[in-house]
Structures are given as C-alpha cells and as structure tokens.
Design a protein around this ligand. Structure first.
Ligand code: GLY
Ligand code: GLY
Length: 317
C-alpha cells in the first residue's frame, strides 16, 4: 500500500489575494510530511513536521500568524493522535511558543494526561525546554488589522478567523495533517490560533480529541477546520471515523458528515481524511479550503470546490 500524507490550511471565505500563498504553503507541508515518512519517520513524525511548517507560515492561523483574541493576544490550541493505540495529546490556551503541535505531542508522550491548558501547559512547555518567545512575537500586522476591523465593524464570526461582513481581513485558517503508512498505521494533527476576536480563555475544537483530530487504525485519521463551536457540537472528526468503521469510504464518510453537520447546525467546516487502506477524503462546506497530499510520486492539491490538480514531485521526495 502507498503511504499518503494529506494536509489542510483552513476552511473559510479565503480572499483572492491569499489563495496563492495558501496553496504554496499546503504543497510544501504535504511534501515535508511525506519526506519525514520516506526518511524512516513514523506517521506521527509526518503529521507533526507538516503542521510545524504551517505553524511557521504567516499565511495560516497557527503559531506565527495566529489570529488575536479581544485583548490582542495570541492563544493557541493543538492536538495530535496516533491510531495504533489511540494515544493522544493536546494543549489549549498556550502563548508565546512557536510550535504548539510539538507541545501537544509532548503531552501525549511525557504525561499521564491527554489535554493540558493555559498556565499548566505553559509551565509544562518551560519544563521541557521549549523556548518561550517574547510577548507579541507571534503577532503579525495582518492579525492586528483583522482584530481592528472586527472591533470597528463587527461582523459575524462565521468562519475561522473570518469576518463575513464587511471585510475578510481576519481570514487565515487552522492547519492540519493526516497520514497513513504502508502498514495502515494512521495519525492526525491539528493546530490553530482559534477565531479572530474570541473571548480570552476560549477553547477551540482543535484541542479536542474527536472534534479537531481523531485517529484509529480500525478506521482512519481525520483533521478538521472551520467554525470551532459547530465542529465541537458535532464531534466531526470522530463522526467521520465511525462512519468509516461502519463501512463507508473515506470520501463518502467525510462528505456526508460535513454536509450533515452543516445542515444540522447551519455553519460551515472542512475535513481531511485518510482511511486505514490509504483512501483519501476531502470535503468542505465553506467557500474554499486549501489542501494537498502526496501519494507515490504525485502531489495533489486544490482550494476551490471541485478543484483537483496533480503535479509530479519525484525529484523532491
Ligand atoms: N472524568 C473526570 C476526570 O478525569 O477528572
Ligand atoms: N476550528 C478552529 C477554531 O474554531 O478555533
């Protein structure tokens, strides 16, 4: 079976001027994750390295470039899960670290817990030698402008970091990755700055196992993006895995769960899925979602509904 590494860079009303930067970022991340697998890494190494790349990229709402809460601060959430033993780790409301996904992995591997939050997560990061950045180091001008726009004009927080009216300046997008290796081992990872103008202390779906990420070698792995409160109520990632366990393909399980959630809760999201047999599922009820995956020597990618392009990446991997 061919391994697959599939990533997303957030679902939402992505503005035209952000499209090419997002596509570039997801393509690089998919290749990075695939290289980790090819070089002997595990599925966890693959999803972690893909997400780390996007956490460094200001085109995405994770790590550097995260959206701001009402106080103008970055508060980040992340989760990671391994399908072979259902081991999982997550963090919420963490500040001033470059790679929340790696802290989530440390929670999984070095503590008896699944989720650490706020001050406790921060202290744990310090105890593991993770560099703590100067306050404000993750704040971009784009994120500041988005918060100003939100405070001045209001608007609905209907998409991740995005203001539908009057402007879309806050749109950036949660990031995530799923991977399956040649033996059917799966993993998922998701990382976010949350939603623009959120209340301080707000916890996202991204940090919740079953909503933001889920992975089980009996079914597959899922990472979600979109309106967090909606995804939380529906337990979107787990719902897709259960449908696969009950016999649906990755494509159908992903599409039907996203559609069902959107109908039931009248809000949008997106999800990426790999099944234990290497099938791919990509679905979003928002206007756009950047995604990319590598399988064999091919890099597949898209951002519009129905868009699916393929390039050869044999030389890069
Ligand atoms: N179920 C309660 C606890 O884990 O603390
Ligand atoms: N889905 C990410 C968030 O709402 O924070």
């Amino acid at each position: 079976m061919d391994p697959v590494v599939l990533v997303h860079g957030g679902a939402g009303d992505i503005t035209d001027d952000r499209v090419s930067g997002k596509i570039k970022g997801v393509k690089l991340a998919a290749v990075e994750g695939y290289k980790a697998l090819k070089n002997g890494g595990s599925v966890l190494d693959a999803v972690e390295s893909a997400v780390r790349l996007m956490e460094d990229d200001e085109y995405f709402n994770a790590g550097y470039g995260s959206v701001l809460n009402l106080n103008g601060d970055v508060e980040m959430d992340a989760s990671i899960m391994l399908g072979s033993d259902l081991n999982a780790g997550a963090i919420s409301i963490t500040k001033d670290i470059s790679h929340p996904i790696s802290l989530a992995r440390l929670v999984m591997e070095k503590t008896p817990h699944v989720i650490l939050s706020a001050e406790g997560a921060q202290k744990f990061a310090e105890s593991k030698g993770i560099p703590i950045l100067e306050p404000g180091a993750l704040v971009t001008d784009f994120a500041k402008k988005a918060l100003e726009d939100y405070k001045q004009h209001g608007g609905q927080l209907t998409e991740i970091g995005g203001i539908i009216k009057p402007k879309n300046a806050g749109e950036v997008g949660t990031v995530g990755a799923v991977a399956v290796d040649g033996l059917g081992n799966v993993a998922a990872a998701t990382s976010t700055g949350g939603i623009n103008g959120k209340m301080p202390g707000r916890v996202s779906d991204t940090s919740q196992i079953g909503s933001g990420s889920y992975a089980d070698n009996n079914s597959g792995a899922v990472s979600t993006t979109g309106h967090g409160e909606t995804i939380l109520k529906f337990c979107l990632a787990h719902s897709i895995c259960k449908d696969m366990e009950n016999g649906k393909s990755a494509r159908l399980a992903t599409k039907e769960s996203v559609e069902k959630m959107t109908r039931r809760l009248n809000n949008t999201a997106g999800a990426i899925t790999v099944s234990k047999i290497g099938e791919v599922g990509i679905s979003f009820s928002s206007k756009r979602m950047a995604w990319a995956y590598v399988k064999g020597s091919e890099l597949h990618f898209g951002i519009e509904q129905g868009q699916h392009e393929v390039e050869c990446v044999e030389d890069e991997i």
